[in-house]
Ligand binder design. Structure first.
Ligand code: KG4
Ligand code: ZN
Length: 334
């Protein structure tokens, strides 16, 4: 199985991506064509524009991924593709490409859950990582704590009841007139701000579920009331204070879960894993308690097909294959 070549395909949102993986961990190529500049002028992803651009980009991106890997199409042993969650039209482009290639090559097709893919990005960044561990998935659409018992066995401990962490970052950035996607912009701005300047209430949700809509409203109220009173605000302080509230909440719940479930390795995953303050906070907390801490390299944090190929490889070890009736599941959960 070490020499199995998996072609990964990812088109769930605004990145058209393809990657070639040898075995479970040897990444031969990882191509990402981002549409961020196209969507920026609308302040967020426009689904129809995303689908159309995936159609234009998908085959060139796959060709380039094969060329970079120095692998011929006919050498591919299996095709792994994201089937959800994501935008329906965007997912369908990747699915159509993957199904056609698997059929033409007469190789197995593997249906991958995008969120599981984010966790598996860590296996590519840290070749020594093995389950069991606790995973915190923080992306644009999801916030979740997952107990990874084994490669193909996991348990959802809790998730966001409303906005995902990334969604809160993006919405706050938008009202502060920062460009899309807002997460990296808030991260940058927060570096020059005082995280204790503004007190925003910490979300109060028991157990391992999360809620970020109350915090989002508190920040919006703060900005609106300052504007109505004609007061000037310090955007860097607002960004830093908001970010700290999110980071503290995520760190606290994650550490509590690690202790309760006796897991001594914590794995960070998803686009918000690229947040410098979250990474620092979790790293320090893990160091203090003697836990191992893992998070993917920046390019593997946000959407990519390498993580999809990796997840697909481990599914193939259990003969977990799909057939040509595979359809997109936009609201697929964990
Ligand atoms: O995982 P991802 O690429 O796409 C989804 O599956 O949703 O995550 C995108 C999210 C966006 O909300 C983006 O603002 C956020 O990740 N993000 C960040 C940072 N980089 C990306 N959030 C905070 N700080 C960052 N540095
Ligand atoms: Zn994602």
């Amino acid at each position: 199985m070490e020499n199995i070549l998996t072609l990964g395909i990812e088109t769930s949102c605004d990145e058209t991506a393809a990657a070639v993986l040898r075995g479970g961990r040897e990444l031969l190529s990882n191509l990402i064509s981002t549409q961020i500049p196209l969507h920026r002028k609308f302040g967020g992803v426009v689904p129809e524009i995303a689908s159309r651009n995936h159609i234009v980009n998908i085959m060139p991106v796959i060709d380039e991924a094969l060329a970079k890997a120095n692998v011929k199409l006919k050498e591919i042993n299996q095709v792994a593709v994201t089937f959800g969650p994501g935008l329906a039209g965007a997912l369908l482009v990747g699915l159509s490409a993957a199904k056609s290639l698997a059929y033409a090559l007469n190789v197995p097709l593997i249906a991958v859950n995008h969120l599981e893919g984010h966790i598996f990005a860590n296996f590519l960044s840290a070749p020594d990582l093995e389950p069991p561990f606790l995973a915190l998935v923080v992306s644009g659409g999801h916030t979740a704590l997952i107990k990874m018992i084994d490669y193909n066995k996991f348990e959802l401990l809790g998730q966001s009841r409303d906005d995902a962490a990334g969604e809160a970052f993006d919405k706050i950035a938008r009202v502060m007139d920062l460009p899309y996607p807002g997460g990296p912009e808030i991260d940058k701005l927060a570096k020059s701000g005082n995280p204790d300047a503004v007190h925003f209430p910490h979300p109060k949700v028991t157990g391992y579920d999360f809620s970020f809509s109350g915090l989002k409203s508190a920040v919006l109220n703060y900005l609106n009331s300052a504007q109505m009173k004609g007061e000037t605000i310090n955007p860097a302080d607002v960004a830093a204070s908001f970010q700290k509230t999110v980071v503290d909440t995520l760190t606290e719940k994650t550490l509590n879960a690690a202790e309760e479930f006796k897991l001594d390795k914590i794995v960070l995953a998803g686009g918000v894993a690229a947040n410098s303050s979250l990474e620092k906070s979790l790293r320090e907390a893990c160091e203090n308690r003697g836990f191992g801490f893992y998070y993917p390299s920046k390019i593997l944090c946000t959407d990519n097909a390498a993580m999809i190929a990796c997840r697909g490889y481990y599914q193939s070890l259990e003969n977990n294959f799909a057939d040509s009736t595979l359809n997109a599941v936009p609201n697929l959960g964990l």
